[in-house]
Design a protein. Structure first.
Length: 227
């Protein structure tokens, strides 16, 4: 299946105005089966909708998996899946702490390729906090169930804090630069799997529309839960 993750920078390009309407067009370009968005709601106004989810559904066929029915997302994370996705367990919000505060979403799904656990998250800027958050993500692994981990991990160094904690289970990421969008230099966004080797073809979606929509580029990959 085609999966993607994208920090949408609260609907703003690096030097642009608030234009969340651009997000749907980029998601439609990618045409994923599953997509995780970060910074998709303001942490101080969690019940204020940022995205036009009806427009995204019309353009892409993707619908949100809500942790809280009163919010579009959970601590800035919005999870979009195909309408025909089979939900094996209710989405669960992961409290990862931090000043903003950070969080993630856990869900068990089957999109026709076999069951798997999805973990999507946005980690903090401080290395000590990222280590603790990565440890919490490891604790969310369910033995015997493939895991897809996606998000803005705020870590570009292969042996850096969060990636070092995750490496024994997820291996080392592809390290595809995705930030800043106008000239990507840092690989802050990652798509990983447990067991290793279920994710292939990780690449940045570097189209003009994507560069205009956020300060990060989307990251896309192929994920095969059955190995």
């Amino acid at each position: 299946m085609r999966v993607a993750t994208w920090n949408i920078h609260r609907g703003r390009a690096a030097f642009g105005r608030f234009r969340p309407d651009r997000i749907a067009a980029v998601v439609a370009e990618i045409a994923p089966d599953l997509m995780a968005l970060q910074e998709a709601q303001h942490h101080l106004r969690r019940r204020a909708a940022m995205l036009d989810l009806a427009a995204i559904e019309a353009a892409t066929g993707l619908v949100p998996l809500r942790v809280d029915p009163l919010q579009q997302g959970w601590r800035g994370n919005v999870l979009l899946v195909r309408r025909d996705a089979r939900l094996l367990s209710a989405p669960r919000g992961l409290r990862l702490g931090g000043w903003e505060p950070r969080g993630g979403i856990q869900a068990d799904l089957d999109l026709g390729f076999g069951p798997f656990r999805l973990l999507c998250a946005h980690l903090s800027l401080g290395p000590a906090r990222r280590r603790a958050q990565a440890t919490a993500l490891l604790a969310a692994i369910r033995p015997g169930l493939p895991v897809l981990l996606m998000g803005d991990l705020n870590e570009w160094r292969p042996g850096g804090s969060a990636l070092a904690v995750l490496a024994p289970a997820f291996g080392h990421p592809a390290g595809v630069p995705s930030f800043p969008a106008f000239r990507p230099l840092l690989a802050l966004d990652h798509i990983l799997s447990h067991p290793r080797g279920l994710v292939t073809g990780v690449a940045a979606h570097a189209t003009p529309a994507a560069r205009r929509a956020s300060d990060h580029l989307p990251l896309v990959a192929r994920f095969t839960p059955s190995g």
